[in-house]
Design a protein around this ligand. Structure first.
Ligand SMILES: Nc1ncnc2c1ncn2[C@@H]1O[C@H](COP(=O)(O)OP(=O)(O)O)[C@@H](O)[C@H]1O
Ligand SMILES: [Mg+2]
Length: 262
């Protein structure tokens, strides 16, 4: 469903600010594969997602989504393949529109044909059903402005909107990091449920190792723009947070050894 082949990305090349964010990354996700992504700050996680979404153009390599080579398409041209939730709760929804208007927008985006615009009674009933799954009473607040919602409610709504159109790829970039622990738990649980129900091919960045282990069928760890650990199946299921920390320490010392030897 998603293939990255030889992807590199360097910011400000040839200047003192040069930063290699991705260093020859190969990654393939099968249809319905749910991959969690961890790694230290600056490891290249967000850049990876931005290269998939088309927000950044890679310097080298190709991006293929559902058999289409999208390497040269920008983020708008790739939008129909991608659902996305960012860290900032205000990024995914329109605050001066009502809940139902936001949902209608997300719904229309997912349609391949042009449907009648606006919120019909049938759509409203459908929206209520979807909102009820979020277990936050939003199904009774269809005409409330989204700007009135809490961070957790907005992230839940963003998640619903991102998954509404059955995207080929769902990208989640630390989408629970700005929430208090209780709300983060709720949105994490909803993420697992929505992805499972729709069998979405998903890349989820998180700094919460426990969530990275609990969710998804596969886990990758990034460091210095490379994928340094890639585990799935039983191997992933049997891993613990201390195991992950140990892997991370191992690589960090290897990397610093290598740097010392240069
Ligand atoms: N828009 C940008 N302009 C310049 N440098 C960037 C930009 N985005 C990311 N970087 C750099 O690329 C590297 C990887 O960043 P990022 O992908 O955001 O890491 P992560 O999400 O893992 O914390 C870092 O060194 C960061 O400073
Ligand atoms: Mg990031």
């Amino acid at each position: 469903m998603l293939t990255l082949d030889g992807i590199s990305k360097t910011f400000f090349p040839g200047t003192v600010n040069e930063r290699t964010a991705l260093d020859d990354v190969d990654l393939h996700l099968e249809q319905s594969e749910f991959v969690t992504v961890i790694g230290s700050n600056g490891a290249g996680k967000s850049t990876l997602l931005n290269v998939v979404s088309g927000s950044y153009r890679a310097d080298t390599g190709t991006v293929t989504i559902d058999g289409h080579n999208v390497t040269k398409l920008n983020d708008h041209q790739r939008a129909r393949y991608i659902g996305r939730v960012f860290q900032n709760p205000s990024a995914g929804t329109a605050p001066h529109m009502t809940i139902e208007e936001n949902l209608a927008m997300a719904f229309e985006r997912g349609q391949r044909r042009l449907l009648r615009k606006g919120v019909t009674r049938a759509k409203r009933a459908d929206f209520r059903e979807h909102l009820a799954v979020l277990e936050q009473g939003l199904e009774d607040r269809l005409k409330d402005w989204v700007g009135l919602l809490s961070g957790g409610q907005r992230q839940s709504l963003s998640l619903l909107m991102a998954t509404f159109s059955q995207p080929d790829i769902l990208l989640l970039d630390e989408h629970t990091a700005a929430l208090d622990p209780q709300r983060a738990e709720l949105v994490t649980r909803l993420t697992g449920e929505l992805v499972e129900k729709q069998q979405l091919t998903t890349l989820m960045v998180t700094h919460n190792m426990e969530h990275a282990l609990r969710l998804g069928s596969r886990l990758i760890m990034m460091h210095g723009g490379r994928i340094i650990l890639d585990v799935s199946g039983e191997k992933k299921q049997s891993m613990t947070v201390p195991d992950l920390l140990a892997e991370f320490e191992k690589v960090k010392s290897e990397v610093s050894d290598r740097t010392l030897l240069q």
